[in-house]
Ligand binder design. Structure first.
Ligand code: C5P
Length: 249
């Protein structure tokens, strides 16, 4: 199946399939597939099920954000991006901007090289600073400055290398949009509705915002995991977010 990347899809909601088995992920995905723009397959599911996860979820007809956040030497990242881009249904792939200019450039070249002739290439995103990190945790690992300053600098670095967009928190989205322009994709995780289903004790997102705030800040896509996965009625939770996005646009 060939999917063409659409920056303005019927739904800007990306649901994170953070499951440890493909059977549970597919069972869940079927409940909400018609409401989402893409499903996100991250390290948990991909480590458990491998490329079969991409194949089975893509068969539901939605695009896939393959969120494996590559961060390695340029040659290794290029190989990983090439393999990701060759998987049918993959529309978004990401690497860590902290890998530096040479690594980002290698990823940019690889994202087009792996695509079959005539097919649309996936878009490449750079993770700036994880939304679970705040200034204190950044300092712990030797990253100075405020999250906002660092995220905007990393977004600029990614753009210069030819990357299509970034994963960043809503707090930084406005500043990124201003610096990187309208066509640069902004994907925001850390999205929590006012009635979010995430228990305070298991909340690890340091920089959070509502779907309305995300759209108003300029986000193109919103990544939501636990507020939908852990909801007593996941379909209703997804629908409420889709409605909130539509109202904010
Ligand atoms: O459950 P929750 O809504 O916090 O899930 C957010 C998803 O987005 C997770 O799958 C997480 O890995 C991912 N993500 C993130 N921050 C980034 C990049 C991806 O939270 N910078």
């Amino acid at each position: 199946m060939t999917l063409t990347f659409d920056a303005h899809p019927r739904s800007s909601l990306i649901v994170a399939l953070d499951f440890d088995s493909l059977t549970s992920a597919v069972k869940f995905a079927k409940q909400v597939a018609d409401l989402v723009g893409m499903f996100k397959i991250g390290n948990q599911l991909f480590t458990a099920a491998g490329p079969a996860a991409v194949k089975e979820v893509a068969a539901l007809g939605t695009g896939i954000f393959l969120d494996l956040k590559f961060h390695d030497i340029p040659n290794t990242v290029a190989g990983a991006v090439l393999s990701s881009a060759a998987m049918s249904g993959v529309q978004l792939v990401n690497v860590h901007a902290l890998g530096g200019h040479a690594m980002l450039e290698a990823a940019v070249q690889a994202i087009s090289a792996g695509v079959p002739m005539g097919a649309d290439r996936p878009r490449l995103l750079a993770v700036t600073i994880l939304t679970s990190m705040d200034q204190k945790t950044m300092k712990e690992v030797g990253i100075g400055g405020t999250p906002k300053l660092r995220v905007v600098k990393l977004a600029e670095l990614a753009k210069k290398a030819g990357v299509d967009g970034v994963v960043a928190s809503v707090e930084e989205a406005k500043a990124i949009r201003k610096v990187c322009g309208r066509d640069f994709l902004i994907v925001t995780p850390g999205v929590r509705s006012k009635s979010s289903a995430v228990e305070p004790q298991s909340e690890d997102q340091a920089r959070k915002a509502t779907p309305t705030e995300a759209i108003r800040a300029g986000a193109d896509f919103l990544v939501v995991g636990r507020p939908i996965l852990a909801a007593s009625d996941p379909r209703a939770a997804a629908q409420a977010i889709v409605d909130e996005i539509a109202a904010a646009k």
